[in-house]
Design a protein around this ligand. Structure first.
Ligand code: HEC
Ligand code: HEC
Length: 301
């Protein structure tokens, strides 16, 4: 704010309050010598006349008190242009003080979890309780409230992992994020090649194929060896270093119908798990990781 505006605001504010004070004083005077007479405003309605009496004293005193309050407030807090107030209060200092207080309390609450390893935390009810709240606030939008995922967002409650389900792998997924890149191969393979390799993938987990698909499987296998095995493995069981899914089980990230497999191969897929190292504290990352580990343990137990 320039000092011109600052002065303008100060003059306007103080001037207004002073003008109101004067108005109050002026209207509260009793006209001299007429105190016994009842003066009316001249308004009459249905036989009722309106008296022109001064405001009651208690009401006036309250009014004057609000004016005193206004001046005290404007002296203590920022309100007059650039004047910062005697207390030096700002929203930012208040926010900083409050968030420092909260992180301090969190550090104390989390301290007892610090030297437990992740698997011990996953078995600790109190830790997974806190972890589940962190999950609800930060992860559930993508992975679902129960962690069971949705198309494109992996199920974290089963025992099937793109990047590995050990404590270190899950911790790394949460901390650094993940980027699964399935390249679009439609242009390389042509529509016929896409259908052939999709037919081959379709029957990898033991499903029956109709005659039209069966006729394509052999060509599909050849294409798979050349174009897909580098990432998904010769046997199609996937590669956790790359996040390439196992194609021989019945768990599908993007969908396992013939049409969905064709679409995945033709157009490619990009799964993005955001890194959380700058969004959550180290303690929070460990607790939410423990919660994720507890989900799949519960499932397999
Ligand atoms: C913006 C959506 C989004 C949010 C928010 C998100 N994730 Fe993910 N997450 C994904 C996607 C998408 C993948 C799969 C990445 C891929 O396809 O390569 C993934 C993958 C993962 C994996 C690896 C799964 C595997 O099978 O190896 C873990 C573990 C995980 N997320 C945990 C979490 C946790 C814990 C949180 C909260 C702190 C979280 N995610 C928040 C979208 C999200
Ligand atoms: C560069 C490595 C790479 C190559 C080459 C590759 N893929 Fe993938 N594929 C991936 C990754 C990574 C994903 C997971 C994408 C994600 O995280 O969203 C994936 C996902 C898929 C899926 C989805 C699986 C599901 O659970 O929904 C199918 C199907 C698939 N690939 C088939 C193929 C076929 C067929 C080929 C060869 C024509 C191929 N891929 C070539 C890396 C690769």
């Amino acid at each position: 704010m320039t000092s011109g505006w600052s002065i303008y605001i100060i003059v306007l504010t103080v001037g207004n309050i002073l003008a109101l004070t004067w108005l109050l004083w002026w209207t509260s005077r009793r006209p001299a010598g007429e105190s016994a007479e009842l003066e009316t405003t001249g308004h009459v309605w249905d036989g009722i006349e309106e008296y022109n009496n001064p405001l009651p004293r208690w009401w006036l005193i309250l009014f004057y008190l609000t004016i005193v309050f206004a001046f005290v407030y404007l002296a203590l807090y920022p309100g007059l242009g650039r004047f910062e107030g005697v207390l030096g209060w700002t929203q930012i200092t208040q926010y900083d003080a409050e968030s420092a207080r909260i992180s301090e309390r969190q550090r104390e609450a989390f301290a007892k979890f610090q030297d437990k390893d992740l698997l011990a935390l996953a078995a600790d009810h109190e830790a997974t309780e806190i972890g589940s709240r962190i999950f609800a606030n930060n992860c559930a939008v993508c992975h679902g409230a129960d962690g069971r995922g949705a198309p494109g967002f992996p199920n974290l409650a089963d025992d099937d992992w793109l990047y590995g389900g050990g404590p270190e792998q899950v911790l790394a997924s949460v901390r650094h994020g993940r980027n699964g890149i399935m390249p679009p191969l439609g242009a390389v393979l042509g529509e016929q090649g896409v259908a052939q390799v999709a037919a081959y993938v379709y029957q990898l987990n033991g499903r029956e194929t109709d005659p039209a698909m069966s006729a394509m499987v052999a060509d599909g296998e050849r294409i798979f060896g050349m174009q897909c095995a580098a990432c998904h493995g010769v046997d199609g069981k996937g590669n956790q270093m790359l996040g390439a899914p196992n194609l021989t089980d019945d768990v599908w990230l993007h969908g396992g119908s013939f049409e969905m497999i064709k679409r995945t191969v033709r157009d490619g897929r990009m799964g993005q798990m955001p890194a959380h190292e700058n969004l959550l504290s180290e303690d929070q990352i460990r607790l939410v990781t423990a919660y994720v580990l507890s989900l799949s343990q519960r499932e397999t137990r």
